[in-house]
Design a protein around this ligand. Structure first.
Ligand code: SF4
Ligand code: MG
Length: 328
């Protein structure tokens, strides 16, 4: 609720203050138990920071995090450790997230022992079961991470996240470091595990291609704010925010799933330390009008729970989503 995270801005004696970045700026959202919720936006839009705020891996500057009805914003020590088991992160980079000096068996047994989900005696059998759950073999427990391919390593990363028997798993671009050919396998694995284990999934992605057929709802982020939030079909069928429209246009039509999107035809993301005035998107928006440069649009909630933050979304829809004649 109204979560913000600022970095920098400290004043030091005899030095200029460091640049202040509002990495996450007043974000409110509610993830439902059992759903797959996607957070999408370009690199630098604050989505990884938001994921870490939700997991309490970093402290928020403002706002609150509630988990199963309980305010966990300031939880510490033992209660926080107990919660860590329920909430796990899958990292983007399977290569650097696994300790290279540990055999896979130990990597997976560690969280089980830490959270007393297995005894030293029963851990080996549980590890074998877990490896099979993620499509690997029991014998793989004796190997080191470097002996596996990228896709296999991400399976190990997923297994490690599952070893503590979590309820909520946040995947921070869990497939973007993988070859296109194995992305589908890992996504299918996450889907299957979600169904089988009754997980709640939050998937962070930098384009809309990857999350299309695995998410229930999508939040689109731009420079620290949510600009649109909608069920996935509605978002694809009728994107309301010009930024969402641009993200969708960037998906190649030939294989609309599982390809990295093309670069946005909008130029570069503005410097997050000095975001544009008014609507942060206005310098890149094909629909921008003078008002957009001075007034920040509020997030409106539409019937059905969709949300959009654009002054002119309705006019843009009525005009068929195409750019108006340049009058500004
Ligand atoms: Fe574009 Fe203006 Fe809407 Fe922002 S508020 S997305 S600049 S039309
Ligand atoms: Mg990131």
């Amino acid at each position: 609720r109204e979560l913000s995270k600022h970095f920098g801005g400290e004043r030091r004696l005899l030095a200029a203050p460091t640049a202040r970045v509002h990495a996450v700026n007043g974000v409110s959202l509610a993830v439902q138990a059992g759903e797959t919720f996607a957070i999408v936006g370009e690199s630098g839009c604050g989505k990884s920071t938001l994921g870490r705020l939700l997991l309490r891996l970093i402290e928020s500057s403002e706002g609150r995090v509630l988990y199963r009805g309980r305010d966990i914003t300031h939880l510490r020590d033992e209660p926080l450790r107990a919660l860590r088991r329920e909430m796990q992160l899958i990292f983007q980079d399977p290569f650097s997230s696994l300790n290279p000096s540990m055999r896979v068996g130990r990597l997976l047994a560690e969280p089980m022992l830490l959270h007393r989900l297995a005894s030293k005696r029963s851990a080996a059998a549980k590890v074998a079961e877990l490896l099979e759950t993620v499509g690997l073999q029991a014998a793989h427990a004796n190997r080191y991470p470097h002996e596996f391919s990228g896709g296999q390593r991400q399976r190990i990363g997923i297994a490690r996240a599952l070893a503590g028997e979590p309820r909520l798993v946040i995947g921070d671009e869990p497939v973007s470091a993988l070859d296109v050919s194995v992305q589908a396998q890992v996504i299918n694995l996450l889907e299957t595990l979600k169904q089988r284990l009754g997980l709640t999934l939050v998937i962070i992605a930098h384009d809309l291609a990857v999350i299309r057929h695995m998410s229930d709802r999508v939040a689109v982020m731009y420079l620290g704010q949510i600009v649109e939030l909608a069920p996935v079909e509605a978002l694809y069928d009728m994107p309301l925010h010009p930024y969402t429209q641009a993200l969708l246009k960037a998906i190649p039509a030939s294989t609309p799933h599982l390809r990295h999107a093309r670069a946005l035809p909008l130029g570069d993301l503005p410097d997050p330390t000095s975001p544009p005035s008014g609507c942060h998107f206005h310098p890149r928006c094909p629909h921008a009008r003078p008002m957009c440069a001075t007034e920040m649009p509020l997030r409106q909630t539409l019937p059905g729970g969709r949300q959009v933050a654009c002054h002119f979304w309705m006019e843009i829809q009525n005009a068929g989503g195409s750019a108006p004649a340049a009058t500004a």
